[in-house]
Design a protein around this ligand. Structure first.
Ligand SMILES: *Cc1c(COP(=O)(O)O)cnc(C)c1O
Length: 240
């Protein structure tokens, strides 16, 4: 089993400092950006609760998990100073539990899911910030709404989901070893967000895009959230 970062002699804080330098350099390459606009979700799947605490102490902006169960276990050990984001697909039968353990859901991708969330949130009088996950590469096996169907989902959220607050769009582009191949997808998500904000007259939409291998390209293309796992924590541990 691969150990935690401390066993490699490199701390999450040191990794984060290096990431921030790389964000600053990427921001400097494009005139429209200031590094402070980029917030970091530390994606801690397979990592220990101790690693999560280390990331929070180091100053990440949010913790991301892709499974409800795993977040539940860790969150009870890590005190609530940063928001937790769900970054993985959400099944209908896990919605109630997800609401207990997450502050923001990045993966709203269908009206039925929005309706289920709305039904559970309304009686609590709780408003949940959400992102819409867009399948920007149109990959058949992937979750996320197609770009063509995104306006209808936005309309659904704005008109039929008063307890969901749409904050932006999220995407995982098709995998490619060359990070430059992600660029057209990131740029397409930025374009889609701009179109939607104009069409529905919303405030600018956040963009959650970019992971360990391509976050600099994402920053250059306008990411406001980047989701980082391995570059902060080291390689993922074997799932239990
Ligand atoms: C695991 C995961 C990440 C982080 O991946 P790394 O390549 O380790 O940075 C980001 N987003 C999602 C949706 C993930 O599942």
């Amino acid at each position: 089993m691969v150990g935690g970062p401390e066993e490699h002699g490199v701390s999450v804080a040191e990794n984060l400092a290096r990431v921030r330098e790389r964000i600053a350099a990427a921001s400097a390459r494009v005139s429209r950006r200031t590094p402070g606009e980029v917030r970091i979700v530390a994606v801690s799947k397979t990592q220990s609760a101790a690693a999560v605490l280390e990331a929070i102490a180091a100053g990440v902006d949010a913790i991301g998990e892709n499974r409800v169960q795993e977040a539940a276990a860790k969150r009870s050990l890590a005190s609530g100073t940063v928001p937790w984001h769900l970054v993985g697909p959400l099944q209908r039968n896990k919605v109630r539990q997800a609401l207990e353990h997450f502050d923001l859901i990045e993966t709203v991708d269908r009206p039925e899911l929005a309706d289920r969330l709305e039904t559970l949130l309304a009686p609590l009088d709780r408003v949940l910030p959400v992102l819409i996950e867009v399948n920007i590469g149109g990959e058949p096996q992937k979750s996320g709404v197609t770009p063509a169907s995104t306006p209808a989902l936005v309309e659904h959220l704005l008109e039929r989901s008063p307890h969901l607050r749409l904050e932006g769009l999220m995407t995982v582009p098709p995998y490619d070893a060359d990070p430059q191949r992600s660029r057209p997808h990131f740029s397409a998500l930025r374009g889609l967000a701009a179109d939607l904000a104009a069409r529905f007259d919303t405030k600018p939409l956040a963009l959650s895009m970019g992971m360990s291998d391509d976050f600099e390209v994402a920053v250059e293309e306008g990411a406001t959230w980047i989701r980082l796992g391995r570059v902060l924590f080291g390689e993922r541990r074997t799932p239990a």
